[in-house]
Write a protein that binds this ligand. Structure first.
Ligand SMILES: Nc1nc2c(ncn2[C@@H]2O[C@H](COP(=O)(O)OP(=O)(O)O)[C@@H](O)[C@H]2O)c(=O)[nH]1
Ligand SMILES: [Mg+2]
Length: 256
């Protein structure tokens, strides 16, 4: 496990909200929350956006919020609308509640919580608008247990999106990142088109088109701790078509 970086004050007191979308993650959520709350970031807040998971993740989240009322908020959404919609909702609420920095991560422990203080430190000590926990910069790693077809799909998706959108980010499909709130406001979540996983690519595309600096720091991406992937054929199709839509919809955003 990565040792948490000890940030000096006032950085360790930064108001960070970690938005975690969940769908059937009852086995993973308590472990993720425990590791996030153990970080040396006393002002870190967790916002769980659950899509009415049939496995009771919403109840698990409520119990965690009851145990830590100051540090956990649960958003119960009516049904499964996709990762992108859950993030638009959750990030919007985090901004409304006054977060200075907003992090995104999966609930399944693929993203190491202990990398967050270092990512925040990079965000605060540079001109970056967003810092990505990246699998594809030197030092980044993929769990050997991640199935071969998933590695191939991830590599192909990055190549495909790079070719179409020309964004200079190595891990374009990354889901682990931390944003400055003003950059998220500038992006304006109201213009996000994606319902599903292509949300990640769309946010990177909008950030770079608006001229914000994106930095990548290496992480080790682990296989999920418990449960199964929520990636479906529908999300893959949306991700394959979305670059074309993004090019036309966001043509007017930023400079050409
Ligand atoms: N709220 C919500 N969360 C979702 C949805 N689809 C996926 N997620 C969450 O998004 C994260 C990434 O999903 P995951 O299945 O691990 O994707 P994979 O890593 O690409 O296989 C996990 O925390 C999921 O629970 C959805 O439709 N709604
Ligand atoms: Mg996963």
């Amino acid at each position: 496990m990565i040792e948490p970086v000890q940030l000096p004050p006032p950085w360790c007191d930064a108001r960070v909200t970690v938005v975690v979308p969940t769908y059937n993650e009852a086995g993973n959520l308590p472990v993720l929350v425990e590791r996030l709350l153990a970080l040396p970031l006393p002002a870190l807040h967790i916002l769980i956006a659950d899509d009415n998971s049939p496995d009771g993740t919403g109840d698990v989240a409520d119990k965690l919020a009851t145990d830590h009322p100051e540090r956990i908020t649960v958003v119960h959404r009516p049904g499964k609308e996709g990762l992108g919609r859950a993030y638009v909702d959750g990030i919007g609420r985090a901004l409304d509640a006054g977060a200075d920095y907003v992090a995104q991560m999966d609930a399944d422990l693929s993203h190491p919580p202990e990398a967050l203080p270092g990512m925040l430190g990079t965000l605060l000590s540079t001109s970056a608008g967003v810092v990505i926990g990246s699998r594809y910069v030197p030092g980044g790693q993929l769990d050997e247990a991640w199935p071969l077809y998933r590695r191939a799909l991830s590599g192909w998706a990055n190549f495909y999106v790079h070719s179409l959108l020309r964004v200079r980010i190595r891990d374009l499909t990354a889901g682990f990142k931390i944003w400055r709130s003003d950059v998220l406001r500038d992006i304006d979540l109201g213009r996000v088109q994606s319902n599903g996983y292509s949300f990640q690519v769309e946010m990177h595309y909008l950030a770079t088109r608006l001229g914000h600096t994106v930095l990548e720091v290496p992480i080790r991406f682990a296989d999920r701790l418990d449960g199964t992937s929520k990636m479906t054929t529908a999300t893959k199709v949306e991700s394959a078509l979305m670059p074309f839509r993004l090019r036309s919809k966001h043509r007017g955003v930023g400079r050409d």
